[in-house]
Ligand binder design. Structure first.
Ligand SMILES: Nc1ccn([C@@H]2O[C@H](COP(=O)(O)OP(=O)(O)OP(=O)(O)O)[C@@H](O)[C@H]2O)c(=O)n1
Ligand SMILES: O=C(CO)[C@H](O)[C@H](O)COP(=O)(O)O
Length: 448
């Protein structure tokens, strides 16, 4: 068994923390993946989790095992770990990884500051990997920091959108029934073919369910089941709930799960996962501007009208960045910075410095759009453009910190109608960059 990574700590305290590097990153992680405001829940049980992550992802058809495939440049498994570790009542998270990927996994834990993780070696099948994880939690492990839990949750490393709510439901049901698992209605009807490749019979769809993850068990039940398992079960079995039934006569409680619990299996699932994450981190935009700025207010109004499903907040960068910390706590990953009174990039630079200090962008790419207004009666167009070309250097520098910066020049004519058109065009460009987070925009100066 692997020791905890350096800097790993005990269970997280409920609620997000803001101070320091780790605080910022994990505050950021508190509710974005769940897509909900995460009120920390309580669970009186001693709970640990085992995450099998030792597969090769054959059906994905790419050389990298799917759990290590990047989504927005971060490995898929890191999203799943983030979803598990934000649940403060899960004491230990044991991850089963193949020997050849152990070093890569340690790197991921360190880079994304995951906590409460222990690594064990995976087996050649999913059941064997899970068994190895369970063994690490057994009482008789010499030199182990892990303690035997009352309830163990088993969850695939490739199901990143697991929420605290379903984890609590399966853990609580496992305490009462001995075993519990998430289910979903079947999408397709299940049929049974005969040896000649023809239909033998079909199952009545409404009477069957798809078994998903997470599942939870009284530790003693599932450990005893795995100890009694045949080699055939360990080789070909796909259902842990069945093992509890077959070997311990425990009938699992089935709990309705959400469609987002699906298992990333094919390449298209990576695109789907990326879209879900992008959508979740684009639900809020913060406009950084001086309260007195009329033109900023107009832009804010236009953005609110054009993006009526998105929460738009605004405010100045206060002393010591207090206001920004508040915004970070509110899970905002998209900033529009209005530069009017000051020299071209002064406000943007201040915002970037705060974002860099907070280390907020470890987990998700943060978008910053530096907005400038073009009123070429006061500054000649060529000089304005020359100044604004600094955006390239600035963008290059902050890209290393996972901050995606682009500039937006908005034409500011006297004519009311033309100004409205420019603002609408600007709002549409802002919305596109925030939604797509496409690196082609980085360092570009967009013109509206
Ligand atoms: N020997 C194995 C095989 C699978 N798994 C894990 O079990 C989970 C669910 O399995 P599956 O989706 O089948 O993953 P793969 O086996 O990697 O995929 P494929 O069947 O397409 O090869 C994944 O997190 C996978 O890494 C594991 O820990 N050890
Ligand atoms: O959904 C599940 C129910 O336990 C498992 O994740 C699934 O059965 C794993 O099987 P495989 O590794 O063959 O895809």
């Amino acid at each position: 068994m692997e020791p905890e990574p350096p800097g790993a700590s005990g269970p997280a305290e409920p609620g997000p923390r803001v101070r320091g590097v780790r605080g910022a990153a994990h505050a950021a992680s508190a509710s974005v993946l769940s897509g909900a405001e995460a009120e920390p829940q309580r669970c009186a049980l001693a709970v640990a989790a085992v995450l099998p992550a030792g597969g090769s992802g054959e059906r994905m058809g790419v050389p990298t095992p799917k759990q290590f495939c990047p989504i927005l440049e971060r490995p898929l498994i890191s999203y799943t770990l983030q979803a598990m570790e934000r649940v403060c009542w899960i004491k230990d998270i044991v991850v089963a990884v193949t020997r050849e990927n152990m070093e890569a996994m340690r790197g991921i834990i360190q880079r994304y500051q995951h906590r409460r993780i222990s690594l064990v070696e995976a087996g050649v099948t999913r059941h064997r990997s899970i068994f190895n994880g369970l063994k690490a939690l057994a009482e008789d492990q010499p030199h182990s920091k892990l303690s035997k839990p009352e309830v163990v949750i088993i969850h695939d490393a490739v199901r990143p959108f697991v929420e605290e709510d379903i984890l609590l439901k399966v853990a609580t049901a496992a305490k009462e029934h001995g075993a519990a698992g998430a289910i979903q209605p079947l999408v397709s009807t299940v049929i049974s073919p005969s040896a000649d490749g023809c239909l033998d019979h079909s199952l009545e769809r409404a009477r069957h369910r798809a078994s998903e993850m997470p599942q939870a068990f009284l530790y003693d039940v599932i450990y005893a089941a795995y100890q009694q398992c045949s080699d055939y079960d360990l080789e070909f079995g796909t259902e842990c709930l069945q093992l509890a039934l077959k070997y311990c006569h425990v009938k699992a409680k089935l709990v309705e799960g959400s469609p987002d619990l699906w298992k990333v299996t094919y390449k298209r699932d990576l695109y789907a996962a990326e879209s879900i994450i992008k959508e979740r981190i684009s639900q809020q935009i913060c406009i950084v501007m001086d309260d007195e700025e009329d033109v900023g207010r107009l832009l804010e109004e236009t953005l609110k009208n054009e993006l009526n499903h998105v929460k738009v907040t605004s405010g100045p960068l206060c002393h010591a960045g207090r206001h920004l910390h508040q915004i970070i706590l509110e899970q905002c990953y998209s900033f529009v910075c209005v530069n009017v009174m000051t020299s071209e990039f002064e406000e943007t630079q201040k915002l970037l410095n705060l974002l860099k200090e907070s280390n907020f962008s470890i987990l998700y790419p943060v978008v910053v759009i530096s907005v400038h207004f073009l009123d070429y009666k006061s500054v000649p167009f060529d000089r304005k453009m020359e100044n604004l070309m600094q955006i390239r250097e600035l963008a290059k520098e902050v890209k290393e910190r996972n901050i995606l910066l682009c500039g937006l020049l908005i034409y500011y004519p006297q004519d009311e109608q033309k100004l409205q058109d420019s603002l609408r065009q600007g709002a549409s460009l802002i919305a596109t960059f925030i939604r797509e987070r496409n690196s082609a925009f980085i360092g570009q100066l967009l013109i509206a």
